[in-house]
Design a binder for this molecule. Structure first.
Ligand SMILES: CC(C)(COP(=O)(O)OP(=O)(O)OC[C@H]1O[C@@H](n2cnc3c(N)ncnc32)[C@H](O)[C@@H]1OP(=O)(O)O)[C@@H](O)C(=O)NCCC(=O)NCCS
Length: 182
């Protein structure tokens, strides 16, 4: 099992088939919470759907196109985060994430994203990490802002959810700006 320990209560594990059951259970009990943000939630009907998704991430991981990690808090699986659209040629990526609603408000995602940014700059040789958040999703935007990302602008009519194209804030941080923020 490949993992990265953040502190004595939090670690990031490479998402593997063994995580499928726990991750599916989180998706299943957060349908209302996630559903308004993620259209794929409705398509995730059984644990096999989550398993197939994990396998697809592992294939992309092998091609250096993603790094998908499962967040374990106090020995319990609570969420995920990943490098989306990892582009090593241009030394950039975007980070996406979700967290069980019952574990919101503890700083878990901020700590997890900080570690993933460190991995991006220190181990993948990236120069730029971005985060895109729905302008109506303050919890998500706060993660980027808490970590000192710069808001570059608004991506207008960027992402379709429930038939409506929402505007997204585009945040980024560059390697030179990132000083292992704690
Ligand atoms: C977006 C999401 C991950 C944010 O979760 P979150 O719990 O608010 O974020 P964190 O885990 O970083 O916790 C921050 C909160 O914990 C508090 N906190 C406690 N200890 C903390 C610590 N050590 N460090 C930072 N924050 C801490 C912060 O004050 C903040 O609380 P507040 O929102 O009341 O001010 C979560 O709401 C989610 O998964 N939403 C649905 C999916 C989604 O929108 N994903 C993003 C798509 S772009």
């Amino acid at each position: 099992m490949f993992y990265r320990e953040i502190d004595n209560e939090l670690r990031l594990e490479l998402t593997m088939p063994k995580h499928a059951q726990s991750l599916f259970e989180i998706i299943d009990r957060n349908r209302d919470f996630f559903g308004e943000r993620f259209p794929w939630v409705d398509e995730t009907k059984e644990v096999e759907d989550t398993l197939e998704y994990i396998k697809s991430r592992l294939e992309l991981f092998a091609k250096d196109k993603t790094l998908h990690l499962t967040i374990v808090y106090k020995e319990q699986v609570v969420g995920v985060l990943d490098f989306m659209n990892l582009n090593l040629s241009n030394k950039r990526t975007e980070i996406a994430y979700w967290l069980d609603e019952a574990h919101n408000g503890k700083g878990i995602m901020t700590r997890a994203v900080r570690e993933l940014v460190n991995i991006g700059f220190n181990e993948y040789g990236l120069e730029r990490v971005a985060i895109c958040c729905d302008v109506t999703n303050p919890s998500s935007c706060n993660v980027a802002e808490r970590l000192g990302f710069t808001k570059e602008g608004v991506l207008r009519k960027y992402y379709l959810v429930s038939g409506v194209l929402g505007d997204y804030n585009l945040y980024s941080v560059l390697k030179d700006e990132w000083k292992n923020k704690k």
